[in-house]
Design a protein around this ligand. Structure first.
Ligand SMILES: NC(=O)C1=CN([C@@H]2O[C@H](COP(=O)(O)OP(=O)(O)OC[C@H]3O[C@@H](n4cnc5c(N)ncnc54)[C@H](OP(=O)(O)O)[C@@H]3O)[C@@H](O)[C@H]2O)C=CC1
Ligand SMILES: CC(=O)N[C@@H](CCC(=O)OP(=O)(O)O)C(=O)O
Length: 344
């Protein structure tokens, strides 16, 4: 199977190269960004002798005629236009950006500040939270890969929301991300001097992933009220931790909750549930496609704390994109994704 990658010089695109150069079925056919003609190794010297192709022009007709799937690892605003260009052509599309995730174009425009993709594309786009939408993903022609924070948050809340166990008001998500989550562009906020030995909150109550999380929670349980969602930068390259606080409709102890999560994710290779009393750290998933989840029900407050960790570039972006591509082509879900986390 031939894969094209647009936005290959970014962090998400680079991670797609890392995965696809070692994939048993997909082979990288062409790579693209706005810098036509440049060898990929100019941007990524770590790929010397491994992948040395040059960037090609973005010609949707040519790409669709030659490749079986195209990954759009481009910024929001750019991806939507590209998805429109590929729509209706004989090629499957996976978009890593937020451009196709929200059903309501008006909501997209108010949170992202760009013009939404056309309704023909939005209506076809399937939301690719792999563990929760497998059947639709298998049939998708255009797939919208979930955001990094939403992946960690939704995998952490799914078993409760889907079973109607959540008290609908008062859900709080306190999330932290490594700096690669912001992409490779230089910015003061993510520079070494700003972030070394530091921790910062940002986009308070206005993060663009809020409506995406809310939209999926409503699919599980339409009674769920608006969540509080806080995002922080931490001085690491990769990794997201979402610490989630919820109240349940009925009291459950930690052991029963762990059993519920284990049952829900049985057969889902990439979600690992920790035993009662154990909590995952981001280092324990970095470099891999795993989402690790731990939890504790606090009898004193009546609240449940859920901790969910992923590598933002893997399960939060390129890893989940390849997991979805595997499903779309009828392959084993974990084909080419059996990475052991890089530790320490
Ligand atoms: N980083 C992460 O952890 C996650 C990222 N995402 C999403 O994935 C997408 C890619 O993210 P990331 O890799 O971090 O971003 P980067 O900023 O690191 O890379 C963006 C890429 O898009 C290319 N690009 C930018 N504008 C254009 C254009 N007009 N035409 C063609 N190519 C263009 C850039 O190439 P060049 O500079 O060579 O033109 C570069 O290859 C984004 O939508 C992001 O929101 C989603 C989940 C997690
Ligand atoms: C650390 C950091 O800055 N993370 C980015 C994630 C951006 C992203 O992945 O954007 P979309 O999923 O919406 O396309 C942020 O918080 O905006």
């Amino acid at each position: 199977m031939k894969a094209a990658i647009i936005g290959v010089t970014g962090y998400g695109g680079g991670e797609l190269i890392r995965i696809l150069t070692d994939h048993p079925v997909f082979r990288i056919h062409s790579v693209h960004s706005s810098r036509e003609g440049m060898p990929v190794t100019e941007e990524y010297p770590h790929l010397y002798t491994i992948f040395e192709d040059s960037l090609e022009k973005i010609d949707s007709d040519k790409i669709a005629a030659e490749a079986d799937i195209v990954f759009l690892a481009t910024p929001s605003g750019v991806s939507g236009r590209l998805a429109e260009a590929f729509s209706g052509k004989p090629i499957k599309v996976i978009d890593l950006s937020g451009d196709l995730r929200l059903n309501d174009p008006g909501e997209y425009e108010s949170w992202y500040g760009h013009k939404a993709a056309g309704s023909n594309v939005l209506e076809k786009a399937v939301y690719g939270l792999s563990e929760w939408n497998r059947e639709n993903i298998r049939k998708a022609e255009i797939l919208s890969n979930p955001g990094c924070y939403p992946t960690a948050t939704l995998l952490g809340l799914g078993p409760l929301a889907d079973n109607g166990l959540l008290e609908p008001a008062g859900i709080i998500v306190d999330a932290k991300s490594g700096l690669s989550g912001a992409g490779k562009s230089l910015s003061k906020a993510t520079s070494f001097t700003e972030m070394n030995e530091n921790l910062k909150i940002y986009k308070v109550n206005e993060h663009q992933h809020i409506p995406e999380i809310q939209q999926q929670l409503a699919r599980w349980d339409k009674h769920i009220r608006p969540i509080t969602f806080s995002t922080h930068l931490i001085p690491v390259s990769r990794g997201i931790m979402a610490t989630i606080y919820v109240q349940l409709k009925e009291e459950m102890d930690t052991e029963s909750l762990v059993d519920l999560y284990k049952e829900t994710y049985a057969g889902h290779h990439f979600v690992r549930i920790r035993p009662a009393g154990k909590y995952p750290a981001i280092k324990e998933v970095c470099g891999s496609n795993f989402c690790d989840i731990g939890m504790h029900a606090d009898r004193r407050t009546g609240r449940l704390t859920i901790v969910s960790v992923i590598d933002n570039l893997m399960k939060g972006a390129a890893g989940q994109a390849v997991q979805n591509a595997n499903l779309m082509f009828g392959l084993e879900e974990n084909a080419g994704l059996n990475y052991v986390p890089v530790y320490p």
